[in-house]
Write a protein that binds this ligand. Structure first.
Ligand SMILES: Nc1ncnc2c1ncn2[C@@H]1O[C@H](COP(=O)(O)OP(=O)(O)O)[C@@H](O)[C@H]1O
Ligand SMILES: [Mg+2]
Length: 329
């Protein structure tokens, strides 16, 4: 079995974990648009590919799949998830399974307003949200929502352009300077991250890892601690099954007074996944088993509680990077 990791970027650990799982199985191939993406150098082989927006990008990836006899392909960045899902039949035709969710679900996850609408329609607790600031002002005047509120781009990522806002004037200023913003009730509680694997053969949730986020830095979890709560596992399972997610899913949740609010979903390996893996939730092995055509057994919450994750910096040094050469195979 061979696997292709697209937009590998700086996710060296994810590449290393795949290599460990695929050690006696086959190759882990990585691709990125940049030769300076350190994670590609941890793969068995790497490709420098055009940006995902380039004409013929998918054809380039399909060629790599054919050449390397790729069985499973996945991406580590949000904008590529829908693109892979949309072309999953083409990948199937060359023998590669797209490890990810459907096109509709990838699109819904990208758009926080669409996700809010789905969550409320299906009875899940979440932050009330408005795209139209005048609708929000009406709700605020009626006393339905109180300041502070949270303003963020409805299609944002990496915590860019997020603000905690205490008055109407600040909302007016933010909306005057940027399009595509939304207003959310402020969730004042414990932030939680969940790393979930939905078996792509059986469709069942087979692994869930949850952690309390203790410190965030530059949009990523910097320090966290593992914990377990059966009530949360049950909520996560119900949610991912009802929505129809598949493969790896990363979910942001808030806990307020014992109640769980679903905040954001990224249907891919999140930046904090190494915490789950190091605690024993090896989702690369689950992917390998799925690619072999076998379903995995349900194994939810099989990890230790109270294990702390502290991120720190690493660097990679190389001399063999040819800045002119655009396609290293
Ligand atoms: N409604 C909210 N109330 C309080 N904090 C929020 C709210 N929405 C987002 N945040 C904070 O902002 C961060 C980024 O927001 P999120 O919706 O996860 O977008 P993204 O991760 O795509 O940038 C979250 O991790 C959380 O710390
Ligand atoms: Mg988030």
């Amino acid at each position: 079995m061979n696997v292709l990791i697209l937009a590998a970027g700086t996710r060296n650990k994810v590449v290393q974990y795949f290599r460990k799982a695929f050690e006696n199985e086959g190759n882990v191939i990585a691709a990125d648009a940049s030769k300076l993406a350190p994670a590609i150098y941890d793969a068995d082989k790497y490709y420098i590919v055009p940006p995902i927006t380039a004409d013929g990008y998918i054809d380039t990836i399909l060629e790599i799949c054919k050449k390397e006899k790729i069985d499973g392909v996945l991406s580590l960045i949000d904008p590529e998830l829908s693109l892979l899902a949309e072309n999953s039949e083409k990948f199937k035709a060359v023998g590669a399974t797209v490890i990810g969710s459907s096109y509709a679900l990838c699109e819904m996850s990208l758009d926080k307003m669409k996700m809010y609408e789905w969550l409320t329609a299906h009875g899940y607790r979440c932050a009330r949200s408005w795209k139209d600031k005048n609708e929000f002002y009406k709700a605020a005047d009626a006393g339905e929502v109180k300041y502070p509120v949270f303003v963020k781009p409805h299609k944002g990522s990496a915590s860019i352009s997020i603000s905690k806002v205490c008055d109407k004037e600040s909302i007016d200023v933010l909306f005057a300077h940027e399009d595509g913003l939304m207003i959310q009730e402020y969730l004042d509680g414990q932030e939680i991250g969940a790393d979930v694997y939905v078996d792509i053969i059986s469709g069942e949730v087979v692994s869930v890892f949850t952690k309390k986020k203790l410190k965030m830095r530059a949009g990523e979890t910097d320090k966290a601690v593992s914990f377990k709560d059966d009530r949360l596992f049950a909520l996560i399972e119900k949610f991912v099954i009802e929505a129809g997610f598949s493969g790896q899913v990363d979910i942001d949740i808030f806990e307020i007074d014992g109640q769980y609010f679903i905040s954001e979903v990224n249907p891919r390996f999140g930046g904090g996944y190494p915490h789950a893996y190091e605690c024993g939730c090896d989702h690369m092995k689950l992917i390998l088993e799925n690619l072999r055509g076998n379903a995995n057994k349900k194994n939810i919450g099989n990890y230790e509680e109270g294990v702390y994750m502290m991120k720190y910096n690493e660097i990679m040094m190389r001399k063999d990077i040819d800045e002119k050469n655009t396609c290293i195979g």
